[in-house]
Design a protein around this ligand. Sequence first.
Ligand SMILES: [Zn+2]
Length: 458
Amino acid sequence: MTPYERASSEASRRIEVLPSEMAGWINASQTNVDGLGIHRSQLFALRDMLDTLTLRQRELLAKRPQPAATGEYAESELEFTAELVGAYELWTAFRSVFEQRREERLVRALDAADLVAASAYRCAIDRAMAWKVVKPNEFREPPLVCAEAVGSPGTAARGQQVAGLTGTIRRYRGKLLPIPLVLFPADRLDDIWTYSTLAHEVGHDLDADLAFGSEAIDAGIAALDAAGGPKDRQDAWRGWGAEVAADAVGVALAGAGFAGGLADWLLSVALAKLFTAPNGDPHPPPHLRVRLIAGLLEGAGVASWLPLAAGLDADIDAADPPAWQKPFDADAHAFASAVISTPLTALAGHAIAELSPDIAADAALAEKLATYLRTGFNRVPTPAGPPPFPARLAPSAAALAVRASSAQADLGGIARRALDYIHDIPRPAFLAAPPAGRREFLRGLAESLDVRPPPADD
Ligand SMILES: [Zn+2]
């Protein structure tokens, strides 16, 4: 056997490893019927995605040149390996996400996080379908939440080597995976109120689906122009715009609890050295981001949110943001307000604030639940409804409960009641078979995925 013949023989063996692993996993999970619930359709979508990738590897193998000492053959071996490694990397990410759901200690929390993310995602997708910007079968599976060693959901580990699962998931964040993956800080899994930030991550997923972000950013820039702001700050605003748009989705789908909880989180780190000078982070620096959140609340047009917006503004007025941020501070309200309230072509003439059918009604629901979560008395509204309480609002209600509590807040009690409450919400009905055209759509997404690892740059 020549080295080239050996490589070719090995290639057809290497191709079988991933499909056989996946098959074993599907079998095992199918015997574990309970608890699979909302994951069944995600598992099938995952299998379809991997099948599609395997098909591409088989095609590469089929058109391989003759095994011989040629440059052409060598290139084909490298190309095949890159495709295989990329597919395996993606599979590994999903496998570890599903494996987390087999861990007794994690499963209840992760299940709740999945339900919250799915509720936010479906709420917006249902709206998009009603506006006819999405066809009834052309949307992705709900996101899967993955507990990871990260500081915050969606915050890049600045200056650190991003490796392993985190790196893989980040690499696919802006791309259309058939099942979006959301990273969540493992050390915050017990703090149910922090799940309200999942609505921000869902915002990134929805932007990948519906492509409204750049238009929303343009609307923000236009508002700055209209206010006569100087052009030299616009590049920075464009750099932060996608995160402001994701925060706008967070406000639309998770409301004041999201806004207040995130603002508290940001204020706790705002005075760190890291933010004393521009640092290239796609997120606006914390003081500025809190000001933007106030602007989003104001721009959303819900009267009951105005006191919170005013409170956050007062916090920033009293704070001492680093000097470089001050000119941007003056732009923040106009920018944020335009991002959340401008009708967008990508949303068929609707604004981000309309991604929930009725944010004022959402606000009232979350307030009511917050009282129960804080006090433990009078469990209203009931989780089962009718209509069932939207899971996306439950962590926000918990965040409102924490903010309304005294310094000796019963965090353990709020967390326990919120988690129980989410589990008492009737689960979305499980479809035995995907509706016509749906599998084809998801397969199409998998076909267009470039899984090859990026060239190493270190
Ligand atoms: Zn983000």
